[in-house]
Design a protein around this ligand. Structure first.
Ligand code: VAH
Length: 317
């Protein structure tokens, strides 16, 4: 059995669907702090989970005796800056609780997402390498950098098979735009379909590394299915796909909605977060160690977003 904690989130929603297609719905337990919305109640077990409630976690682990745990619960960059202590507690204490229970309940594999947010103003901006100066200045980024150190520690000291990816900004149609700085690139599609226009909270030339959710899910599952000795990095792997700016995304959207208009708001606090992050990522370690390669570039991603949002118009909010 696989338990996914944080299954209602942007990644969790899609990961549960994909894992259930592979392993069978009854073998994948979705769990989150509250019941899932309408969107994708695909049949399968669901449990209310709270990574800060040890009794709750022990009940779930005793009940299902999972062989794998995916811990996706976290506050993202923008939300984290509004609630720094809560972000640190949820992101950090939640991870350490799961690492400890993974040892106690002899969980075979643990997955935990990191992010390009672990890089900061003094990290190289272009083709940011796997190893370099990392001075994140958001609580989210600090918690992800510290979390990477803990994952590597539990692997080296206790032999825990924990695996992780530094996701770029993720773009998907199944979940609503969340509290991330890169979520402009999700919200823009909803606004384009509803109003034919979008006021972007990042400036037009803010280049960020991005990835379509299909690529991110495929990367996650292929990392988790790789032979253990191929997973040489136990902090977290850089992975990349494409990089673009709001301007180039808007131009791609205009190929589908010719009259689409983009405007730019000034002084949004998320601009400083975006400016502290890389523009592009060197993911050669992931490509060499376990065969990572992305499939969606900007044109394919944009076409797939519009195809799916039009087919599921109830999701356009
Ligand atoms: C965020 N979507 O914006 C997340 C992600 C790299 C960005 O960590 O906070």
């Amino acid at each position: 059995t696989i338990v996914v904690i944080g299954s209602n989130g942007q990644i969790g929603t899609e990961l549960v669907t994909n894992l259930r297609n592979i392993h069978g719905a009854s073998n994948v337990v979705a769990s989150d702090i509250k019941e899932p919305g309408y969107d994708f109640k695909n049949a399968g077990p669901f449990e209310i989970s709270d990574v800060l409630d040890k009794d709750n976690l022990q009940n779930i682990l005793t009940k299902y005796k999972p062989t794998q745990i995916y811990l996706l619960a976290a506050l993202l960059s923008a939300t984290g800056e509004q609630r720094p202590k809560r972000a640190w507690e949820l992101n950090m204490d939640g991870l350490i609780n799961i690492l400890d229970y993974a040892l106690e309940y002899k969980i075979e594999k643990v997955y935990w997402p990191s992010s390009i947010a672990v890089f900061g103003p003094n990290s190289p901006k272009n083709n940011t390498p796997q190893y370099c100066a990392m001075d994140p200045n958001t609580v989210y980024g600090i918690s992800k950098l510290a979390g990477e150190r803990w994952c590597e520690y539990y692997h080296q000291k206790y032999g825990l098979d924990v695996r992780s990816l530094r996701y770029p900004g993720l773009i998907s149609w199944k979940s609503q735009p969340g509290g991330g700085t890169t979520d402009y690139a999700v919200h823009i599609f909803h606004e384009a379909l509803k109003h034919g226009s979008y006021e972007c909270f990042l400036s037009e030339n803010t280049e960020l590394p991005m990835m379509y959710m299909d690529d991110a899910i495929r990367a996650t599952i292929s990392l988790m299915e790789a032979e253990s000795d191929k997973v040489k990095i136990r902090s977290s792997y850089n992975i990349g796909a494409t990089s673009f700016t709001p301007k180039t995304l808007a131009e791609e959207i205009k190929k589908h909605i010719p009259d689409f208009k983009i405007t730019y708001s000034e002084n949004d606090p998320r601009q400083a977060i975006a400016d502290s992050w890389p523009k592009s990522i060197d993911d050669s370690h992931a490509r060499n160690d376990w065969g990572w390669n992305h499939e969606f570039d900007l044109a394919e991603m944009t076409a797939d977003m519009f195809k799916n949002l039009k087919a599921h118009s109830q999701l356009v909010k």
